[in-house]
Design a protein around this ligand. Structure first.
Ligand code: PLP
Length: 412
């Protein structure tokens, strides 16, 4: 869609009215919530869908023959179907509910990863979230496989040539983020998937920072695994998704045992349930799934492309305003960026900066953003990070800029 047309039709004041928390105050100041990359706020539609479920539909799923249990099962499986449509996956069997992106990646590492051994390689990039580093380190320790890391450059972009040169017939899996949470970089995932395919390696995409900002169609992407979290997509916490190609899933052993993932249990042997239940042991987060489905409905009604165009305009405006501040350095200046700006302010530790900004009602993230290798690469202990969502507005940016001016005064 033409970005100017999309933006012209976008009424951010109306969007903001859908999010009750945005009209609250912090220390008597207007809340400028600029930490959407850590967790997005929820619209009323999500809050109400969860409340409606709790009030009128709750029972355990897949178990009872009584009406309420069937209604709860319909709500839960309806949510799975909603996710399937959202991702344009071929079948709901390919949609596994997890607690979030981190759990989705751990599922793959612990189940699919069992087959790896010495000589096998997993390739990631230098800008991964810890959730896409540590499970592979743990897997390599267990199996003797090797973890390779593709480098980035000073702009915060992937070195695609170096990445390609690290892909080899030994590569069994290439796991990478679609958008960096610490830098905002949008990665060239089509090229990366093609490079992995060329050697027969599987691909896992960490979509935690992407799926809420751009349309993701897993069939068109042709990836093997895609992971995301509901709470970054305006839905509840404690629920997320692992999409996986069916042939790959069928070949994977269960990773957790418990109710729902079995067909029969006896001391002479247990048989496992069909997909996707084989990977969902125990009572699931039913209300969370209902909330996630409502969040997807909300975002699609709003228009992902329209919200994205709006966020891109804010990103441009904020980047210019921040770069004009004396002593401020933007960390991560990739050509293609999502609505995330990491920065440092000379002479002010990011944690002190976060405290001053908080005094001014501005909520930004300060720290290593669960991406310590990125901090190490840029030789900074931490950064402050402002991130945008569908409800962010010009006043949020102005409030941030004024608060940064105040921080400069305080720290001279
Ligand atoms: N991957 C990326 C890129 C993220 O930004 C995050 C969360 O910040 C995660 C993974 C982990 O998500 P969760 O904590 O919801 O499992």
């Amino acid at each position: 869609m033409n970005a100017r047309i999309a933006e012209a039709a976008y009424d951010v004041a109306r969007v903001r009215a859908d999010f009750p928390i945005l009209s609250t105050t912090v220390r008597g100041k207007r809340l400028a919530f600029l930490d959407t990359a850590a967790s997005a706020q929820r619209p009323l539609a999500v809050i109400e869908a969860v409340a409606r479920y709790e009030r009128t539909l709750h029972a355990n799923v897949h178990r009872g023959v009584y009406e309420l249990s069937q209604k709860a099962t319909d709500a839960f499986e309806g949510a799975r179907e909603r996710v399937r449509r959202f991702l344009n996956a071929a079948s709901p069997k390919r949609v596994i509910f997890t607690r979030g992106t981190a759990e989705s990646i751990n599922l793959v590492a612990q189940s699919w990863g069992q087959r790896l051994g010495p000589g096998d390689e997993i390739l990631i990039t230098w800008m991964e979230h810890h959730a896409n580093i540590v499970p592979w380190q743990m897997l390599c320790e267990r199996t003797g496989a090797t973890l390779k890391v593709a480098p980035i450059d000073r702009r915060g972009e992937l070195d695609l040539n170096a990445f390609r040169s690290l892909v080899s017939p030994r590569t069994r899996l290439v796991a990478f983020t679609q958008v960096s949470n610490a830098l905002g970089t949008v990665l060239p995932i089509h090229e990366m998937i093609a490079a992995a395919r060329a050697v027969g390696a599987l691909t896992l995409i960490d979509g935690a920072q992407a799926v809420e900002h751009q349309r993701v169609e897993v069939r068109q992407l042709d990836c093997d695994f895609y992971a995301f979290s509901s709470h970054k997509l305006y839905g509840p916490t404690g629920i997320g998704v692992l999409y996986a190609r069916e042939a790959v899933l069928r070949d994977m052993p269960p990773w957790q045992g418990g109710g729902d993932m079995i067909l029969t249990v006896s001391f002479s042997g247990t048989t496992y349930n069909d997909l996707p239940y084989r990977f969902e042991a125990g009572t699931p987060n039913i209300s969370g799934a209902v909330g996630l489905a409502a969040a997807i409905d909300y975002l699609e009604a709003l228009g992902i492309e329209r919200a994205h165009a709006h966020e891109q305009r804010l990103l441009g405006r904020a980047t210019s305003a921040l770069k004009a501040i004396d002593g401020l350095a933007v960390i991560g200046e990739a050509q293609h960026k999502s609505g995330v700006i990491s920065f440092t302010l000379e002479g002010v530790h990011p944690h002190d900066l976060g405290t001053i900004l908080d005094d001014e009602g501005v909520a930004v993230r300060t720290g290593h953003h669960c991406a310590m290798p990125v901090m190490e690469f840029f030789d900074v202990p931490a950064t402050a990070r402002a991130s945008f969502g569908c409800y962010s507005d010009d006043e949020d940016v102005d409030q941030l800029v004024r608060a940064l001016g105040r921080a400069r005064e305080v720290f001279g």
